[in-house]
Design a protein around this ligand. Sequence first.
Ligand code: HEC
Length: 191
Amino acid sequence: MKYRMAIAAALFPVVAWAWPWSTDMMDQPSIKPQEGEMTPFPKRSIPVGTERIDDSGMLMTEVANREEAKPLTSPLPLTPANLAKGKALFRIYCGACHGLTGKADSPVSPKIGAIPLVDDYVQKTLTEGWIWGTITFGSYIMPAYGDPKARDDGRGANDLSIEERWLVVNYVRHQLAKDAAAEPTKTAAAQ
Ligand code: HEC
């Protein structure tokens, strides 16, 4: 008897209500797209290419990758205080690889292929947004300094805040080359 029923179910699947176009599974209590309340966006995410101040007063300029960051421009004014902060951060976060004055003359620069940041390529060809994006997401060898995905609490492993990254960009583009010109290149240290 059981055997016969199995054959019947196989031959006439309508008995099992399983026609491919059956929508039974869709009619259930779960929330469908555009229904109910919208899930809040993950912490620190905002629409691409816009800037706003978040609840804690921090300047937000979050994008998904370096390409999206390209058209951004620094939202921070070039005050002497901001440039001084950018310089301090640069010496802590960038100097080890790119040299304290960005001339790629630190002992590790040639070993890992860190490029000079005082050349036209970085000073003129790259956009401010691309440099900010490079600091945020890293490059090929260069590590990321602001990728919010790097840690559960939303801070990158070696993080600079959004604002700090712009301070570094301001310094790189508006004072680094002047500081570098004032100091001799340390060729001896490059080996
Ligand atoms: C651990 C070493 C290291 C540190 C620290 C580092 N960089 Fe780099 N950076 C590199 C290397 C190596 C390259 C070249 C290869 C690459 O693109 O990854 C590079 C490339 C760059 C580029 C060029 C990107 C491009 O598109 O060609 C910029 C701009 C830059 N770094 C800026 C910075 C700034 C600003 C900091 C400080 C926040 C910094 N780097 C910290 C290693 C480093």
